[in-house]
Design a protein around this ligand. Structure first.
Ligand SMILES: [Zn+2]
Length: 780
């Protein structure tokens, strides 16, 4: 309270000029504010591109870009040299005088906005390795060198780089329905991912002198042009990912001849790059029941000490993808398993160095197939022919048909539970991104939650189908409580680059919100139908937040504006308190019953301390009995003949039904609730009666629609209530459970006394007592 008063005093001093405006605007007569107000005032007006139902409109359009790329990976200098021909199809109703391309590699330039806006690290305690990394970053010569931009005839095109974007000026404006082809040549130095991070880069293995390359946002890509933002050319700062167009790709990747290349798309020339044995194993994998090794650990180990004799070119083709990535290394072990997703044959494949085993050979490909099964059930059948998981330096990052995942066991081959489940979860998550945003192509640079939140939600569902009690990190409402109560946060509906507490805001909170929506607000049947509707409406299209919000309402038949408003547009949290429970019992009208009951209550009232002490004092009326009169003996609770006559007269005026109503014997309990957190939520009571029976009562959030800070709920029962608990199954993310029970119960927890010190070995090392794996030696 004090801080509030002081703040308003300060505001009054500083803002006295604008204060009258604020007073006028404040909803002084609407306290509290209307949390059920319809979102139409905030959402964009529906139009021909985006219908009021949340479906693509009848005039929906999107651009298309096809790519033919030749790229060479230089394993000696860690460089990419490439050229591309882009064919851009203007399917918009607008004439375009110039085109914008994304140059995301430019984030590594010394003068990039990303670098310049980095804030100081905590210098009070800086590990040496971090200084090493800061020095590396300062010396790294990253970013594109664009060496040519030409039209289809080879004539140079005027182009201007603007940080992570490039404008190409067209000699003639590109009319609606027309297409234009042009080419770009470029090269760049690949970043050491272990030193400066990133969603792409290389990892160097000092023990054997080899590299793993994970190559992404490596070619100048068409910026998206759409009906909502025009060109989406918000600069790349590092957090907001990639907003892209669909198209077909043909990519020739030249690498040292002892490398294995994993890539988006289908390999077009297996005879030129794979041995007869590898091809045979690959064919065998198509119908195998478990993963088949295409490159065995022994072969990969032999490759590690190999020196390339030349180069090989791997040709890949991919249809209808929004991006293209690949990985390359001579360290790769490669396993594959064909899988049928409702009629679509998919090759699920994993590529990993020996350092990834035994985790990767056991879990990666299984996790891919599991993801395809679960996600396809909730959205649409996986449409691509390939799904790949690669182990390398990048902790977890997604691209069409391929993703990069980091977790590895310790050097002795043991691992913690966190690493094991971390790997399964990250593979599920990154493969899951094929659905959102690789196919449901949301605007990632603007809205991180539209891909990360929806994907984290499905990830949770997939994890729970992996094994019973899978330790999911996100999805369960109770796991988000601490974040929801924290102060340093912004609404989910915040631009990707401005999000605070990124993981909780864009992954955890929307995933939890959808879980609450599914389990508690809509129920599984309505939710699953609606979510599938959204996925199917927008696959291979570009949805915006309103399209999601509207589709979920359109398909479920439930007004969810309050839910979107509370969970997505505010930082409110759920904290409902049972303030008190009041018991009302009606008079029956019968003086015998009513007065007896009142007398019983009077007798049950405690004697006050003073009353007790005053009792023994001599009284004046005892000394002078003549002072006593009628009122000294009159008791209003003693039934009189007059009371009985009055009751009989009353009964004569009542109908038989009215007489029954007087004798119901019902207890009227009024439960007073307070909404402390501000986020309106369904109210779920677990009522325990004196006779040992229990009852669940589920009340929709609309109970708060007239007053969203305080409401009272009536419970009528012939039984007596012993206790009530609110949200007993932990489904609403109520951040303070201490005020959720009547009567209040102690909040139990345990604490540990510990000695600070060394890192603990993982349980596998302690309990499995397995022999440390010998240092691997080359096999024959
Ligand atoms: Zn993600």
């Amino acid at each position: 309270m004090l801080t509030k008063i002081m703040r308003s005093v300060a505001l009054a001093v500083l803002c006295f000029i604008v204060a009258p405006t604020l007073v006028v605007r404040a909803q002084s007569k609407t306290t509290p504010s209307d949390k059920f107000r319809q979102l139409e005032e905030i959402l964009p007006t529906p139009n021909e591109q985006r219908a009021a139902s949340g479906a693509p409109g009848r005039a929906y359009w999107q651009q298309r870009a096809d790519y033919q790329i030749k790229v060479e990976l230089d394993d000696v200098n860690q460089r990419i040299t490439a050229s591309e021909t882009i064919t851009y199809y203007n399917q918009s109703p607008d004439t375009l005088a110039y085109l914008w391309l994304q140059l995301d590699q430019n984030i590594w330039k010394q003068d990039s906005d990303s670098r310049l806006t980095q804030t100081a690290p905590n210098l009070e305690r800086l590990p040496l390795s971090q200084i090493e990394n800061i020095l590396y970053a300062r010396g790294f010569d990253g970013g594109y060198r664009i060496t040519a931009v030409r039209d289809a005839k080879g004539t140079p095109l005027k182009h201007t780089s603007n940080k992570t974007m490039m404008r190409v000026d067209l000699p003639q404006p590109l009319a609606p329905g027309a297409s234009v082809a042009f080419s770009v040549d470029w090269n760049y130095n690949i970043n050491d991912q272990r030193k400066i991070g990133g969603r792409t880069g290389y990892e160097f293995f000092p023990k054997d002198g080899n590299y793993i390359y994970e190559i992404a946002h490596w070619f100048p890509r068409m910026a998206a042009y759409n009906d909502v933002s025009g060109w989406q050319h918000k600069q790349f700062l590092g957090a907001g990912e990639f907003t892209l167009e669909f198209g077909n790709y043909r990519v020739s990747i030249t690498a040292p001849d002892d490398h294995i290349v994993a890539s988006t798309g289908v390999l077009q020339n297996p005879n030129a790059v794979l041995t007869a044995t590898q091809r045979q194993r690959y064919e065998q994998a198509r119908t195998a029941k478990t993963p088949v090794l295409v490159v065995t650990p022994a072969e990969a180990l032999a490759n590690e000490s190999h020196k390339p004799a030349g180069k090989k070119t791997w040709v890949y083709h991919a249809d209808n993808v929004r991006d293209f990535a690949f990985a390359s290394s001579r360290k790769f072990i490669w396993d594959a398993q064909g899988h049928n997703v409702e009629g679509n044959r998919v090759m699920a494949m994993s590529y990993y160095p020996k350092e990834g085993n035994p985790l990767w050979e056991r879990y990666s490909t299984h996790s891919i197939i599991h993801t395809l099964n679960v996600y396809s059930r909730y959205s649409f059948n996986y449409p691509y022919p390939i799904a790949i998981s690669v182990n390398g330096p990048v902790g977890g990052m997604e691209y069409p048909m391929i993703c990069f995942n980091g977790p590895r066991p310790q050097e002795d081959g043991t691992y913690s539970a966190g690493t094991k489940y971390g790997l399964i979860s990250v593979v599920i998550h990154e493969v899951g991104h094929n659905y959102f945003p690789m196919i449901v192509n949301s605007d990632e640079r603007q809205w991180t939650w539209m891909d990360e939140g929806l994907n984290s939600f499905l990830q949770y569902l997939a994890e729970q189908e992996w094994e019973e009690n899978y330790p999911s990190w996100r999805g369960e409402p109770q796991n988000i409580r601490e974040y929801m109560a924290s102060m340093n946060q912004v609404p989910i509906m915040t631009n990707s680059e401005s999000v605070l507490q990124f993981g909780n805001n864009a992954y955890g909170k929307p995933a939890t919100a959808l879980n609450v929506l599914r389990e508690t607000v809509l129920g599984r049947e309505l939710f699953d139908f609606s979510f599938k509707q959204y996925s199917q409406r927008w696959k291979f299209k570009r949805p915006m937040p309103a399209d999601f919000f509207r589709t979920m309402e359109d398909a479920s038949g439930v007004d969810l504006d309050w839910f979107w408003h509370g969970w997505f547009y505010t930082t409110d949290h759920v904290d409902i308190s049972i303030e008190r429970v009041r018991l009302f019992q009606p008079f029956t009208g019968s003086p015998e019953l009513d007065k007896a009951a009142q007398m019983k209550e009077r007798e049950a009232e405690p004697q006050t301390l003073s009353q007790e002490r005053n009792k023994s004092l001599p009284k004046r009326v005892d000394e002078f009995p003549s002072l006593r009169d009628f009122y000294n003996t009159y008791d209003e609770l003693v039934v009189t003949e007059r009371d009985r006559e009055q009751y009989q007269r009353l009964l004569q005026t009542l109908t038989p039904r009215e007489r029954e109503l007087l004798q119901t014997g019902l207890n009227f309990y009024v439960v007073d609730l307070k909404n402390i957190g501000g986020l309106v939520s369904p109210v779920i009571f677990d009522i325990e009666y004196m006779d040992g029976t229990r009852e669940m009562m589920r009340i929709p959030a609309e109970i708060w629609r007239y007053n969203n800070t305080e409401v009272s709920k009536l419970i009528m029962t012939t039984r007596e209530i012993r206790a009530i608990s609110l949200d007993p199954r932990l489904e609403t993310a109520d951040v303070d459970m201490a005020n959720n029970s009547f009567p209040r119960r102690p909040v139990k927890s345990r604490f540990q006394l510990f000695k600070d010190g060394q890192a603990q070995p993982n349980p596998m090392q302690l309990l499995e007592r397995k022999q440390p794996a010998p240092t691997p030696t080359p096999m024959p």
